[in-house]
Design a protein around this ligand. Sequence first.
Ligand SMILES: [Zn+2]
Length: 294
Amino acid sequence: MPKLIKLLIASSAAAIASLTSVQAQMPPQQPDHKAFKIGTLDVIALHDAQFVRPNDSTIFGVGHTPREVGDVLKAAGAPTDTVTLSVDALLVKEPKHVVLIDTGVGGALQQSLNQAGVKPEEITEVLITHSHPDHMGGLVKVGKLAFPNATIRMSAAEWAFARKNTQLTDVIKVIDGHVETFKPGAKVVSQITSVGLKGHTPGHVGYQIVSGNEKLFDIGDTVHSSIISLVKPAWPVGFDTDEKGGEKIRIETLAKLAKSKELVFTPHFPFPGVGHIQADGDHFKWVPSVSTSN
Ligand SMILES: [Zn+2]
C-alpha cells in the first residue's frame, strides 16, 4: 500500500504534506455503491477508498505485539501481516434534503455518487462525524467545494479541533464560511439526529437516521477494524486522539448496540459497512446485513 495513503489516516497531530497534494498523488480507487431502504428513505452506501495497514502495532494493538494482533486476525480467517480498512460514506435522501454523511479522503467517492445517479450539486447538507482527512478530505475537489450547494455541519467542538489540524489547512480555507455547527444531541436534518460519541476526537459524533419504526445509526470511527475493534475493544487504537476516551466510548457503544440490536453503519468496516453488533462471549462480532452481491 502506498505510504501516502497510510499517512492520511495518521493522527491529526502529525504535520504532513497538505491533503490536496496527497490526493493528487493517490492511486485510482474503485467506485462502488449499495442502495437500500430505511423506512421510506432511500439510503446509499458509497465507497471511497481501501486502506491496508501493516500489522506493526502502531495503530491496532498499541502496547501489544504484532504476534498477538496476528493471532486475533488469524482466528477470524484474515491475513496476519496486514489490517484492511474500507473508507465509505453514506447518502440519505430525505423528501427535502439530500444528505451526505462524511466525504472520504477524496478517492472514488465522486465516481461512486455518479454510479448511484446523484450529482454533487444535488447535495444539500454534508454531515461530518469528525475532522480526520479520511472523512473530510472529499469536501474539496481541485481547490473548490466538491458539493457547492451544501451546508457543511459538524459539532462545534469538532470544528474548533479541525481548525488546528495542519493536515486540513487547504480544506479549511475552502470550506470556511460554509460550515454550521451544533451541539451533540441536536437534530441536524429533519430525520437525522446527532449523537455525541466523544473519544476518537474531541467533538466526534454519530448520526441516527429514523424513518417510521426503522433506524440506522452511523457510528463514525467509534470502531475501525471489523475484527480487532470487536474482539479486543479495550486495546488502544493509534487513531484515537484520546486513547482512554476512545476505549471507553468503544466498549460502551458496542455493549449498547449488542443489546439494542439496531442497524449500524460504520465507515471502515468491509463495504457497505451495514450490519449488527452481536455479543460473543466477553467480546463482540459483526453481522453484515446488506450484501454487496446485487
Ligand atoms: Zn476514519
